[in-house]
Ligand binder design. Structure first.
Ligand SMILES: Nc1ncnc2c1ncn2[C@@H]1O[C@H](COP(=O)(O)OP(=O)(O)OP(=O)(O)O)[C@@H](O)[C@H]1O
Ligand SMILES: [Mg+2]
Length: 428
């Protein structure tokens, strides 16, 4: 080693990715500089919000669209550009983004807006402790002191309303009546268009002055988005030509969700890297699809109540025992009555008291609704009707999900015979 060489260089060199130039640009938190196929929405937002640069309050806007259609990224982008232009021309305009999935009470919404406008630490409003009315009065004072136009984006506004009601939206849509030197405008962002029905008529009419719709992306549009991102995320020539069209086509089937498309591309790159390969191929995307499907199933299982898990475990056990007898997975199904008997066994092993068959049927319907099983009604002639039930996703995903559960993990004494994740990884 020469005196110029640092022994840590070799360590860092060995850690350096051969696939990713900058993986962070594929994460959900990254805001890109360009948003392909959102020109129409950007132009509409600019038309509505532009008056803020002339000192007027823009109309309130509702932004709608399915998940992954670019609502959050576009609104964040537009608020940033609005602030940039305002400071360039010397206008007093602030854009405040509030994620109502996290900030989900009236108090916290008012507090977050106020604190965004306060620079002195000691003047900041505490996260709890004051009456909500007092926070509202303080917000009015703070806005007046600011003396400009404030555009507040309430992302996931539907969740806020479902959790805490619409009183804070009512307050914010009326706040301009108490302001002389400043004005506040709202951008509400929601997945669920029906949430409007939950609002009081007065709130509805003042919140929804303008509507901006974000339609789902098609495969071609997703390709453009991915190509743009791949240029900054991957080294040149690392992606085989079919990778991006394949990711785009798979996610177009998933309701045109750009988040799924980006997750697929990132996961495919990670799999290639973990396997020590220098190129990302279509095979890696196929594995990534399975990986993400498995993550979704595991997440869904995590959120189930105990009896939901017990019903699923019973179905898993029945399916597994049929597979061991040589039956094909796709042909295995059971009835409500048979599954209830298996469920009673599971409860016995877990030492918990079972629910009634009626409640059990509710759990079956719920599991059907969230896509963990398929249930259909079948007529059995003079014996009436019954439900035919089968697992909806790969049995190995269900196994992984239940195994990682503290209560159910102990039921897996020996490893069943079906495919495991390792097997997928070694199959490329
Ligand atoms: N036109 C686009 N150009 C570049 N990236 C995009 C575009 N649209 C969406 N994305 C990216 O796709 C991901 C999902 O977008 P975003 O979070 O804005 O969706 P959303 O409509 O807010 O979804 P949700 O309703 O689930 O919150 C983000 O990582 C975002 O950067
Ligand atoms: Mg969003």
């Amino acid at each position: 080693m020469t005196p110029d060489e640092n022994p840590f260089d070799k360590f860092l060199q060995s850690k350096k990715s051969k696939i990713f130039k900058n993986k962070d640009t594929l994460l959900h938190t990254y805001t890109p500089e360009r948003l392909p196929h959102r020109d129409e929405q950007i132009n509409t937002l600019v038309d509505i919000l532009g008056v803020a640069l002339e000192g007027h309050a823009p109309k309130n806007i509702m932004v709608y669209g399915m998940t992954g259609s670019g609502k959050t990224v576009t609104v964040k982008y537009i608020l940033k550009k609005l602030e940039e232009k305002a400071s360039e021309i010397g206008a007093l305009v602030r854009g405040i983004y509030v994620n109502c999935e996290v900030v989900d009470t009236s108090y916290r919404v008012l507090q977050t807006i106020a604190n965004n406008l306060i620079s002195e630490w000691e003047e900041r409003i505490p996260p709890t402790g004051l009456p909500t009315d007092e926070v509202y009065t303080k917000l009015i004072e703070i806005l007046e002191k600011y003396g400009g136009i404030v555009v507040v984006a309430l992302d996931e506004i539907d969740r806020l309303v479902k959790k805490s009601g619409d009183s804070v939206i009512y307050m914010l849509t009326r706040i301009n009546e108490s302001l002389k030197h400043s004005k506040l405008s709202l951008i509400g962002i929601a997945n669920d268009i029906n949430f409007i029905d939950l609002l009081d008529v007065r709130v509805r009419s003042s919140l929804v002055h303008e509507k901006v719709l974000f339609p789902p992306y098609n495969a071609r549009q997703l390709e453009d988005i991915l190509r743009d991102r791949a240029k900054i995320a991957f080294y040149e020539g690392v992606l085989e030509p079919s990778v991006i069209p394949f990711c785009a086509a798979a996610s177009a089937r998933e309701y045109g969700d750009a988040r799924v498309a980006l997750d697929l591309l990132r996961t495919a790159g990670e799999i290639a890297e973990r396997n020590g390969e220098s190129k990302v191929r279509e095979g890696h995307v196929r594995l990534a699809i399975k990986r993400l499907e498995m993550d979704t199933v595991i997440e869904a299982i995590k959120t189930l109540p105990t009896h939901g898990k017990a019903v699923l475990y019973a179905l898993y056990k029945k399916t597994l025992s049929e597979m061991r007898k040589g039956k094909r997975f796709s042909e295995i199904e059971t009835t409500t009555g048979e599954l209830y008997q298996e469920y009673l066994n599971v409860c016995y092993f877990l030492g918990i008291s079972p629910v009634t068959q009626r409640r059990f049927t509710d759990f079956v319907s719920y599991l059907d609704e969230i896509g963990l099983l398929n249930a259909r009604i079948a007529s059995r002639g003079r014996y009436g009707r019954t439900k035919i039930i089968k697992l909806a996703s790969d049995i190995s995903y269900v196994e992984e999900g239940l195994k990682s559960d503290p209560e159910f993990g102990s039921l897996f004494m020996r490893r069943p015979v079906q495919t495991s994740l390792e097997k997928y990884f070694s199959s490329i």
